[in-house]
Ligand binder design. Sequence first.
Ligand code: NAP
Ligand code: F7E
Length: 320
Amino acid sequence: MRALVTGITGQDGSYLAEFLLDKGYEVYGMVRRSSVENFNRIEHIRDKLKFVQADLLDQLSIIDAIKESRPDEIYNLGAMSFVPTSWKQPVLTGEFTGLGVTRVLEAARHMNKNVKFYQASSSEMFGKVREIPQNEKTPFYPRSPYGVAKVYGHYMTVNYRESYDMFACSGILFNHESPRRGLEFVTKKVTYSAAKIKLGLADSLYLGNLDAKRDWGYAEDYIEAMWLMLQQDTPEDYVISTGEAHSVEEWVKASFQCLDLDWGKYVKIDKSFIRPVDVDLLVGDSSKAEKKLGWKTKVSFNELVKIMVEYDYNYLKKQM
Ligand code: NAP
Ligand code: F7E
């Protein structure tokens, strides 16, 4: 089996590449040209991967990437994925995160309509939630240019499935984290800063809205769900989540507690991290995935905090 993964240099792409290699896939990563190589998350497996240079903004380069890799499965994980940046660059976000999906679908349709396609949709599409918990039937109400772009990508995936009978699935994944999470996302920002404080490398941490609640799972668990969706007899969309919501404050408390630190002494609010509007509460209902895919989250909230805090602490200590 051959897979083409867009966004292979990202958090999810790196775990998915490992997972597919273990399953015996030939894995092609689509990477965009950069003046400085950005392979740190896949450095340990780079010799086993094949790379095709392309950009989600460039239709012909995607066609070439598919021509060269001749994939049985395409995982479209590439996107501008940081919500605050989507207000600063709404048009570019629409291009990468929204239209990029259509470019990959169009290329796939013209090159090989039988290819299986996975779209990385997001719980951000639920935004100002219409019901609690959110499932595959919950209406969308996105609250950021990122969320809006994801809704577009989601419906294009559904549309290509229904219009062209393509095996196209959309995984509506709730927040998932890991030691490989980008430093600007709140979970990693907190665990990394708490570790720095413990080691005497920092004395404070500035955050925005501590009341927002998220359904945080472990990225490695969630990767398996992507693959499972493409192994079914029929293409469908699935919500992937833990079913538990915790506030940012709870994440902060748990992270500092892991290092025997009193978070109240170090955490300060900086209004610049507060968004024009926030998503107050996300909590998913994955019973469909549980029933049809046999998928279930394995890592609990406290285990996830511990994995990330320990990783960051050990990493920073080694650098000293
Ligand atoms: P990430 O770490 O930010 O990785 C994003 C990837 O997209 C990177 O490899 C990046 O490449 C690539 N990319 C960005 N713009 C591109 C372009 N124009 N052409 C080609 N590649 C481009 O994101 P992640 O956390 O792994 O998430 C993977 C996907 O799942 C994203 O679509 C995200 O929106 C979605 N998602 C994530 C979560 C979550 O909680 N993590 C939840 C739901 C959905 P560079 O390295 O070159 O920047
Ligand atoms: O924010 C609050 C912030 O940036 C979580 C992406 O992977 O998941 C992610 O999007 C919450 C928000 O993730 C800070 O206001 C407080 O309420 O870690 P985040 P996100 O926006 O939920 C979804 C599912 C995706 O699809 C996205 O690609 O934390 N918060 N203080 C903060 N957030 C950040 N980043 N920084 C702070 O200082």
